[in-house]
Design a protein around this ligand. Structure first.
Ligand SMILES: *Cc1c(COP(=O)(O)O)cnc(C)c1O
Length: 389
């Protein structure tokens, strides 16, 4: 007979991993405001430059570019807006298809819809929890034909324009084979790096592989501006277009109001950027603290039956944005009991996102076999991961 999951032992292991003297309940991921946040925001208020022009926006963009090693960063109102602009500038048009992982936050698929395009769902691999480049390659061999340099879905007749790789919970996707597949099938690569600020694939920061990449600075991310995001690109021409498109496509002039296309009001306000500058100063400290917490979880969970702490892939250095516990297949039916018991103990946990193809607005979208997504979502739990824990 199967032995039951040792839920009390798991809860004890979580508590042992967290700092003693911590106040319960413990949240899943909370902002850490312990640097120059008050100073910079006050300075911003004193200057009255609180809106979308000001020195903190420029400074914040410089800090992001310097940290990630990406040439250009354009700050925007949130990560979803960043993704929307990435897709637009990668050439995604109404009626196109964009390949996205079925396991992601809904923003990835929503941004595709904002372009009038259709998400086409791809399976993940257990080793990274992100898009599986080998399964994508096999799938494209089946469904794609190249006509006049365009990748066409032979079943829907639609153009497939791009792939969005999402670095789930901060763990980088296997980018090298993915870049190869995108090249072979004439697909633009975009990285949804919303969760992976501070995560590196083979010594290079995530966000450097896509033609364009998106970051998020929402309240639950490793660095927050309250709400915010950024578009990353190594192509200065695309960065210029991103800035233009997110600034209502207004042509610069001292007094004239002239717009040369339908643009968006997506620029990040200076007051949010002030918060962001103070947060970026602390990013190396946050990363260290989060790695140490992941290490404590790893040690506390070792030897407990039925569970596995998720480790970064060998080719990556992850920011461990949200720590992941995987139940073994035999214990997937105990997931909800574990979620209940941890909440009862004042420990915020949560299951993986509902897979995209199970949401009503995406249920009829094209997709490949999604067995790994189905399997992983049934047995994944996120653990408290704030940097100060
Ligand atoms: C947070 C997040 C986003 C963007 O979210 P915003 O709240 O719009 O900043 C996009 N994709 C993923 C995977 C995310 O986790």
């Amino acid at each position: 007979m199967k032995k039951d999951l040792e839920i009390p032992a798991i809860i004890n292991a979580i508590k042992r991993s967290l700092s003693p003297g911590l106040k319960y309940p413990v949240g899943l991921h909370e902002p850490n405001i312990s640097g120059n946040e008050w100073n910079y925001v006050k300075d911003c208020l004193d200057s009255t430059w609180v809106s979308s022009v000001g020195k903190y926006v420029d400074k914040f963009e410089e800090m992001i570019a310097a940290f990630t090693g990406v040439k250009c960063a354009v700050a925007v109102v949130n990560g979803t807006a960043a993704l929307h602009i990435c897709l637009r500038l990668a050439g995604v048009e109404p009626g196109d298809e964009v390949l996205v992982p079925a396991l992601t936050f809904v923003a990835t698929a929503n941004a595709v819809s904002y372009c009038g395009a259709v998400p086409h769902f791809v399976d993940i691999e257990e080793y990274t929890l992100g898009l599986d480049p080998r399964k994508l390659e096999d799938h494209l061999q089946q469904v794609a034909v190249i006509r006049d340099g365009c990748c066409i879905n032979r079943y829907t007749g639609r153009k497939m324009k791009a792939v969005v790789a999402m670095h789930a919970f901060g763990h980088p996707v296997d980018l090298d084979p993915l870049v190869e597949t995108c090249r072979r099938f004439h697909l633009e690569l975009i990285e949804d790096a919303a969760e992976s600020l501070g995560s590196f694939y083979k010594e290079r920061h995530t966000g450097n592989w896509g033609v364009l990449s998106a970051l998020s600075f929402n309240g639950n991310k490793i660095v927050t501006t309250g709400g915010g995001g950024a578009i990353l690109t190594n192509n200065p021409e695309l960065a210029k277009k991103a800035k233009h498109l997110t600034t209502t496509a207004k042509v610069f002039h001292r007094w004239a109001y002239y717009h040369d296309q339908v643009g968006y009001n997506y620029r990040l306000p200076n007051i949010n950027a002030a918060l962001g500058c103070a947060q970026m100063e602390q990013l190396p400290k946050f990363l260290e603290q989060k790695r140490a917490l992941a290490e404590r979880y790893r040690q506390s969970f070792s030897g407990i039956r039925g569970i596995k702490f998720f480790n970064e892939p060998a080719f990556a250095r992850s920011n461990y944005w949200l720590n992941v516990l995987l139940l073994e297949d035999d214990y997937a039916d105990r997931r909800d009991a574990l979620l209940e018991a941890t909440h009862e103990a004042g420990i915020a946990t949560r299951p993986a996102w509902e897979a995209m193809h199970r949401l009503p607005m995406f249920k009829d979208c094209p997709r490949m076999d999604l067995s790994t997504v189905e399997n992983i979502t049934s047995r994944l739990i996120n653990l408290p991961s704030s940097s100060f824990l």
